[in-house]
Every structure is written in C-alpha cells, then in structure tokens.
Design a protein around this ligand. Structure first.
Ligand SMILES: CC(C)(COP(=O)(O)OP(=O)(O)OC[C@H]1O[C@@H](n2cnc3c(N)ncnc32)[C@H](O)[C@@H]1OP(=O)(O)O)[C@@H](O)C(=O)NCCC(=O)NCCS
Length: 166
C-alpha cells in the first residue's frame, strides 16, 4: 500500500468510509465537497495512490474564538482590544475503523499541525482548535498537548507550543 495525503477531489473513493461515527462518515461522504466549493474548509484525505480509497481525513478552516473562552492567565498577556482571537479550526479528524491503531491518526494530526504552523508564518494565528466528538477523542488530543476549554468542550493548542515535527 502506498499512501498519500492530498486535498479531496472527485477521484477519491469515500462512499464506504466508516469511522464508527455517523456524523463524521456523512460529512466526508456528502458534505465535505460542498464546503470546499464554498471556501468554508479544506478537506485532506489519506488514501492509497492506486485505488484512491479514503482511509482517513481531516478538515481545516479559518476560525476565531472569544477571548473569554481561553484561560484567564493566557488572556492577561493579550491586548483587551482583541475580543476574538485568531485560530485555525481542525474541525474533523477521522480514520476508517479498519485502519485504526496503525498510527494513521497521528500522521494526519501531525500533517494538519504542520500546515497550521506554515500558515502562521504568513497570518497571525494564536492557536489550533479542535472539537472532540467524545471522551475518547479528548484523550487522543490530550496526548498531543491539546487543552480542554470546559465552557464549550473545544480544545486548543497554542501555535507556539506545537512541537517541531520536521
Ligand atoms: C481518534 C482517531 C482519529 C485515532 O486514530 P488512530 O489511527 O486509531 O490513532 P493512532 O493509531 O494514530 O494512535 C496514535 C496514538 O494515539 C493513541 N490513541 C488512539 N486513539 C486514542 C483514543 N481514543 N484515546 C486515547 N489515545 C488514543 C494511540 O494509543 C497512539 O498512542 P501510542 O503511540 O502512545 O500508542 C480514530 O480512533 C478515529 O477516527 N476515531 C473516531 C473519530 C474521532 O474521534 N475523531 C477525533 C475527534 S473529531
């Protein structure tokens, strides 16, 4: 199997994608292409070069977060004029159930974070935000340094604290 991560396109086979979460399945099968066409997000898929079957995916979108959602000690360092802080939303991340536990989730997460760091070189970005679907997802993201925002069940990692994966 030769795997590649690339932007979702019409050649990708996504109809059988199943990560055991109906919302995340439906999203990549039915919604992702429309969101991309509307410039609302970019969807990256992990797929085999030959058969183009989607084994995993994630999405990135521009985003902002109310300053009151961040920990107060962090906000003390931010000018009050910034009511909302610039972020990138890693909106979804999922691996097909047949491929879980093989390190693909980590590969996609690192790929996403690298892109966020690259973007932060040209655009001010304080943090990357994720929206974990359940407690398992929270545990997964915590492993990589994401911090839970209890008020809205989102999690964040400061761009400054993302390890250098290169
Ligand atoms: C969460 C998910 C993306 C992990 O993908 P995966 O390919 O199975 O994970 P990996 O094999 O890359 O595991 C990487 C590391 O995370 C750990 N991990 C994986 N799933 C985990 C979980 N649910 N809770 C805690 N840790 C987890 C692994 O043990 C591994 O750590 P290790 O190297 O120290 O053993 C995948 O299970 C999934 O698609 N879940 C359903 C959708 C979802 O919850 N998405 C995330 C939030 S939107």
């Amino acid at each position: 199997m030769s795997l590649i991560i690339e932007k979702l396109n019409k050649n990708h086979q996504k109809s059988a994608f199943d990560c055991d979460n109906l919302l995340l399945n439906n999203y990549v099968q039915k919604q992702a292409k429309q969101d991309v066409n509307r410039d609302l997000s970019i969807c990256y898929v992990l797929n085999d070069i030959k058969d183009k079957i989607v084994l995993g995916y994630y999405t990135l979108s521009g985003n902002s977060i109310d300053r009151n959602d961040f920990p107060p000690d962090l906000m003390q360092k931010m000018p009050p004029s910034y009511a909302n802080l610039p972020t990138i939303l890693l909106g979804r991340l999922a691996i097909d159930k047949t491929e879980k536990g093989k390190g693909f989730g980590e590969i996609l997460l690192i790929d996403a974070l690298k892109r966020c760091v690259d973007i932060s070189e040209t655009l001010g970005i304080l943090a990357v935000i994720v929206e974990p679907v359940d407690g398992n997802a929270i545990s997964f993201y915590q492993k990589y340094g994401f911090i839970l925002i209890p008020s809205n069940n989102k999690m964040f990692i400061l761009i400054k604290t993302i390890p250098d994966f290169t």
